[in-house]
Structures are given as C-alpha cells and as structure tokens.
Design a protein around this ligand. Structure first.
Ligand SMILES: [Zn+2]
Length: 203
C-alpha cells in the first residue's frame, strides 16, 4: 500500500471537513460524484488522504459520509468509544490533521457510566475492555454536581472521553509530539450530533 501524507496544511484540511459536514447536515452531499470507476483507477496504486479520523464504530457515524468525502480522502480508524489503543498511534502520522470524532449518546460512554454506578459481574470481556479504557476519563464526573442531571452527565462524559483521546494522541509518542511542535500535525477533538448531523469541533 503506497500511502503518502497529503501536502495540504492542517487548516486547509480542517476547512474541507467543516465544509463537507455542512453539506452533509444540509442534505446536500457532493462527494457521490467522485465515487466512480475513474476515481478508483486513479487511486489503485496510491493514496493521499488529507486527514485521519479516529471515530466510534457506531453505525450512525460513518466518517466519510458525515464529512462528505470520497474515496482516498480520509484515513479512518473506528473503534467503539473512539478510544486510543497503542496500535493506532503509529497510524496517525501520515496526515496533517487528526480528528478524534466522538458523538452524542455514545453507547460506550453509556455502558461505562452504567458500569461505574452498578458494577456487574458478568460483563462480556470485550465490553469490559472498552469500559476500562473509557473509565479514567469520566469517573470523576460522578462525584460532581453534574451527576444529578443525567443528560448533562452524558454530554460531559462524551466530551471528557474525546478530550482524553486527543491528549493521548498528542502525547502518544515522541514522534507525534515532535510533529505537533513543528506544526506538521494537528490533533483536534470534535463531537457529532446524532440529532442534527452537525460536527462541533470544540477542541
Ligand atoms: Zn459511540
């Protein structure tokens, strides 16, 4: 697989995603025009994605669709709860921009909150491994006033989990830290709203 990082700047990459999401949220996607035989042929030997998206596996948040991008545009990693695993850290060095994309009502967050409040013994091991990774970012919220308002708690937990993944990537390796310092890589956090289709880049 020939994979070259795109030469555009992080700012330009971010603008493309913001514009693409605006099209998507307005039901005016344009990328379909590029999903054809000619584009496949162009991409058969090489690719130059301009952004990496670390998103949730949730079926309602497919990165290419919500950002209205075509083949070859995005390098996408999807895992329940958009958590960072060591194996992903090396995969985010290829593009000028990395987006951690969480979303409202994330099942991984809801499951972790549930587990923190009512620990169960017969949790599946897969679910347990997700809960274990999400837990450190949101555990302390349960000791604050926000815990009394369920909706607010979930919203805050979703954002805290995105923030934790962003921090993790920003400091995941010396190479990444150096690339960020030299302005060759930018890591941002964003939340997708299941209700409106809008992505809020908040970090
Ligand atoms: Zn999710």
């Amino acid at each position: 697989m020939a994979l070259r990082g795109s030469q555009i700047s992080a700012e330009e990459a971010l603008k493309r995603l913001v514009d693409g999401n605006r099209h998507f949220a307005a039901d005016a996607r344009a990328s379909e025009a590029l999903l054809n035989r000619a584009r496949r042929a162009e991409l058969a030997r090489t690719q130059e994605p301009f952004a990496t998206v670390l998103g949730c596996s949730d079926s309602r948040v497919p990165a290419e669709i919500v950002f209205d991008q075509g083949l070859g545009d995005l390098f996408v990693i999807r895992v329940a709860g958009n958590i960072v695993a060591p194996s992903q850290i090396g995969s985010v060095e290829f593009t000028p921009l990395v987006v951690v994309l969480g979303h409202s009502q994330c099942g991984a967050i809801l499951a972790t909150l549930e587990e923190l409040r009512r620990p169960s013994e017969n949790q599946s091991r897969n679910l347990q491994s997700i809960v274990d990774r999400v837990r450190p970012a949101i555990e302390s919220l349960l000791d604050t006033d926000v815990a009394r308002d369920e909706e607010a708690l979930v919203r805050r937990a979703v954002r805290a989990n995105i923030r934790a993944s962003v921090d993790h990537l920003r400091h995941g390796s010396q190479i990444l830290e150096q690339m960020i310092q030299e302005d060759r890589l930018r890591v941002v956090g964003a939340e997708y709203s299941l209700e409106t289709g809008v992505v809020d880049f908040f970090l």
